[in-house]
Design a protein around this ligand. Structure first.
Ligand SMILES: *Cc1c(COP(=O)(O)O)cnc(C)c1O
Length: 420
């Protein structure tokens, strides 16, 4: 559940009218609820309290410093996938020993930065990467902890762009290769291979693939143990699905019930990396209708937010609920079928297609729900559109947590060579 609700006919975030926020900060605008972020973090924490795991928020889902700070204050760790995300996590004061670093393409400078910072461990995804970490650690005269990300090859019912645990995906090591590396780990004098990592995809609504993947990892862990390799960590990744439309995802408690018995048996320190589960329903994208355009085939609601602000519908065909910020008084009002589209010069630029909604007019405010994860972080300046502002709501308090970019910001890093 989340803190975006109607009171009367007005949509609120926590204690604040969204129409009021729009007046003050203009649109398009991302709005986050502090309480929802915390509630979701605590749901996972409580569900897994029996084993006190390290819960590392997946920074790539929403990397705004204020969002990270809210979670860091709850003593969340962070899961990073780049030097930039590591920089953000450290900036908000997350203890390095609560930071884990995954990703298939870590560069040497990024690895060196993470070693110097003293992160808990790397989740390594290839043999070649281990070589690079070994070299960087050697140069810094450090011995670093590394988990191997294995690819458990399980099938998941989610969009093909967000499965990561099939053998056709670029992620992780196949189990046999991983096992060989563990057994030959002495060749790395600067690495301790201390754990197994899995992350099988995103927006997974059922427990089964998690259980299957965990069981495969457990087999590996057991075989390693029998051959004298004792590990410290088992990282089960993120991927928990949320409600965008009519999904019925497992709750945190159901998820924990399904996997806790398996995890307990390992006696290893468990790491979780939820991203979407914490941030997804904690944010909305607020947009305004600029024009309504009726063609012989369709009704277009042309809004001021585009695919550069929220790319999920264009990229994954993702569904986002779209709600009027001010509801019509007559609830029985007739619905009209709209394509809700942005101003970008691409036919893929839509937020919804064929959506039955109460009639809209130019100037109406719309809330694109469940946009707190993989929303702003995936935004771009395409069509030279300044990136939008972000605000954080805490009860009745509204804080600007990222300024709207200006035209000057758009060209800040560009240079016209002399004599051109
Ligand atoms: C993206 C990612 C996550 C978070 O995924 P969600 O579906 O947002 O929970 C966790 N771990 C790794 C390694 C990731 O790349």
């Amino acid at each position: 559940m989340h803190e975006f609700r109607y009171k009367g006919n007005e949509l609120y975030c926590e204690g604040v009218k969204i129409s009021r926020i729009a007046k003050r900060f203009d649109t398009p605008l991302y709005i986050y609820s502090r309480k929802t972020l915390i509630d979701h973090y605590r749901k996972i924490k409580k569900a897994f309290s029996a084993i006190r795991p390290l819960i590392c928020f997946s920074v790539k889902a929403n990397s705004n410093l204020a969002v990270l700070k809210v979670l860091a204050n709850q003593s969340a760790g962070m899961d990073v996938v780049s030097g930039g995300e590591l920089y953000r996590a450290l900036k908000v004061g997350v203890a390095p020993q609560r930071i884990v670093y995954a990703g298939v393409g870590k560069r040497e400078q990024e690895i060196a930065l993470a070693i110097k910072a003293g992160i808990l461990l790397f989740n390594a995804e290839s043999f070649a990467e281990l070589g690079l970490i070994e070299r960087a650690a050697g140069r810094l005269r450090k011995k670093v902890d590394v988990s191997l990300r294995i690819n458990p090859d399980v099938e998941i019912h989610t969009h093909r762009f967000i499965t990561t645990g099939r053998m056709i995906n670029k992620f992780g090591l196949d189990i046999r290769t991983a096992e060989e590396i563990f057994l030959r780990s002495r060749i790395f004098s600067h690495l301790n291979l201390v754990g197994v990592h899995i992350h099988i995809g995103s927006q997974i609504t059922e427990g089964r693939p998690f259980v299957l993947a965990i069981k495969k990892a457990l087999h590996l862990i057991k075989r390693l143990k029998s051959k004298g390799v004792q590990l410290k960590y088992f990282n089960i990744g993120g991927g928990l699905g949320i409600v965008y439309r009519n999904e019925r995802p497992q709750t945190a408690d159901e998820f924990a019930q399904a996997v806790l018995p398996l995890l307990k048996e390992t006696k290893l320190k468990i790491i979780l990396e939820p991203g979407r589960f914490i941030a997804g329903n904690s944010g909305i994208l607020l947009t305004k209708v600029v024009y309504v355009k009726k063609t012989p085939k369709k009704n277009f609601a042309i809004v001021d937010a585009g695919m550069n602000d929220l790319i999920r519908p264009a990229l994954y065909g993702a569904y986002h609920e779209i709600l009027p910020v001010v509801r019509a008084k007559d609830k029985a009002e007739r619905k009209v079928r709209y394509d809700v589209v942005g101003p970008i010069c691409e036919s893929g630029d839509f937020l919804a297609q064929g959506r039955d909604m109460p009639i809209v007019q130019a100037g109406d405010l719309l809330a694109v729900m469940s946009s707190g994860a993989y929303g702003f972080v995936m935004s771009s300046n395409y069509n030279s559109r300044p990136r939008v502002a972000e605000v954080l709501i805490d009860k009745n308090k509204v804080s600007l947590v990222r300024k709207r970019e200006s035209y000057r910001d758009l060209i800040r890093a560009e240079v016209i060579p002399k004599g051109l």
